[in-house]
Design a protein around this ligand. Structure first.
Ligand code: ZN
Length: 432
């Protein structure tokens, strides 16, 4: 069992409690590997073979290496993934007191978490803080991560709901899911309590804080589990496992005639419709800047898009040991059986026979196994990045992901060996 890659993944996720922190860590890794940061508002001076990245909203990132060959003929190789995960966002004026004694915070659910899994866990807070600056249109940005257990969402005792294990228990996001942050004592000041807490943590004047984007996260660190450490038990594997694998492959890959792109979008969990999401023209704009910046024409751009290939990488469902009946009877990916090609007759995935054949070939070249996923025909299934991107560019592409259990649980499970496999597949793709 090759554990090194999975060990690095666990560390990457432990240090990335939010989309913002995931992008910060990506920036660090890319910079360490010789990538230079570009800024969208500045002129770009690109060189073939140069290593670059640009971010948007501090929560999406696009890294690329312009190919050494003819751009129109060789096109682009894209690996796409997403930085965000389901969570709870702190609402404005979040402080709520109960019986004059408890202090809890008002939150709003982000994406589709499995709500149950967030109960009775020590939680912390992290995110982006916007501070006063000289430019009224550009507040200064800092990031905060409290790192220590601060909050808990206590479940109702079974004595108040005796049938909870028999009948299920519908949950109200507004009533049931609010985290308690402490007891009220004689020093407590409700006004701007949270803002002052953030200011103290960041060691800045509270007057400087204009706003913040903070979310809850589980402070318990990821780890291996299983008798032979076969599994990774960790939060946010969807989709930071694919983000990490894409980054490892891009930094490990060699020279190429084709232009390599790693595109990490935000807001996949809420439909991708933001300026930093896959539904925006952001990737198309970057592709145009690369082609035109290196002296290409509009015609070269159209040809390059035609000659490109995209791997849309988002985690997939492994056969669940307790619910085999939920899965397709003949296609049920298993843990540590290799990356999963996702297919859907109604085209919820971009994969078709042509692009599945390409990915299968890549896996064979990388000497790794691969699997296929289709929905049980009575289940609706999910969606992902690939199709959304196609509204900007008519790319050939494949939807894939590593098999996992409990997608959108606060703590998901994936295969240790699979992480090594998918990095090998991605590296092979970038090296073709
Ligand atoms: Zn996902």
């Amino acid at each position: 069992m090759e554990k090194q890659a999975a060990q690095e993944l666990i560390q990457f996720i432990n240090e990335s409690p939010t989309n913002y922190h995931a992008i910060l860590n990506l920036k660090k890794q890319l910079s360490k590997n010789g990538f230079k940061q570009l800024f969208s508002g500045e002129a770009w001076h690109l060189e073939r073979g140069g290593k670059y990245f640009v971010t948007k909203n501090h929560s999406s990132l696009f890294a690329f290496i312009p190919g050494e060959g003819n751009m129109a003929e060789n096109g682009f190789k894209f690996i796409c993934a997403h930085s965000d995960s389901p969570s709870f966002r702190i609402k404005p004026s979040a402080e709520m007191t109960v019986a004059g004694k408890y202090l809890k915070l008002n939150t709003e659910v982000y994406g589709g978490p499995i709500l149950y899994t967030w109960f009775d866990r020590p939680l912390s807070l992290a995110g982006r803080v916007l501070l006063k600056s000289d430019n009224p249109l550009k507040p200064a940005v800092q990031f905060v991560n409290f790192k220590r257990p601060l909050l808990i969402i206590p479940h109702l005792a079974i004595h108040f709901n005796r049938t909870i294990n028999e009948q299920g228990n519908p949950l109200s996001k507004q009533r049931d899911m609010l985290p308690v942050i402490g007891m009220i004592n004689e020093h407590f000041e409700k006004d701007n309590f949270l803002l002052k807490l953030i200011a103290t943590e960041m060691q800045v004047d509270p007057e400087l804080i204009l706003d913040f984007d903070l979310t809850l996260y589980d402070v318990e660190k990821g780890c291996f589990t299983g008798i032979n450490d076969e599994f990774i038990s960790c939060g946010r594997l969807d989709d930071l496992a694919m983000v990490h694998a894409g980054m490892k492959a891009l930094t490990a890959s060699g020279k190429s005639s084709k232009t390599k792109v790693l595109a990490i979008f935000d807001n996949e969990e809420v439909g991708s419709g933001t300026k930093q999401g896959a539904g925006s023209p952001i990737l198309r704009t970057i592709i145009e800047r690369i082609v035109f910046g290196l002296g290409g024409t509009q015609e070269d751009l159209y040809r390059a898009i035609h000659n490109s290939f995209m791997i849309s990488a988002d985690m997939a469902h492994a056969l669940h040991p307790n619910y085999p009946e939920k899965h397709d009877p003949t296609n049920h990916p298993i843990m540590n059986g290799g990356p999963v090609i996702k297919l859907n007759a109604n085209q919820k995935y971009v994969t078709d026979g042509d692009s599945a054949a390409v990915f299968a070939t890549i896996c064979r070249m990388a000497d790794i196994p691969y699997q296929t996923f289709v929905n049980h025909s009575d289940m609706a299934g999910g969606s992902t990045l690939g199709n959304i991107l196609l509204s900007q560019m008519e790319l050939r592409g494949v939807d894939i992901g590593n098999p996992m259990w409990a997608m959108h649980s606060v703590r998901e499970t994936a295969g240790t060996q699979d992480h090594d496999y998918v990095i090998k597949a991605f590296t092979t793709f970038y090296n073709i």
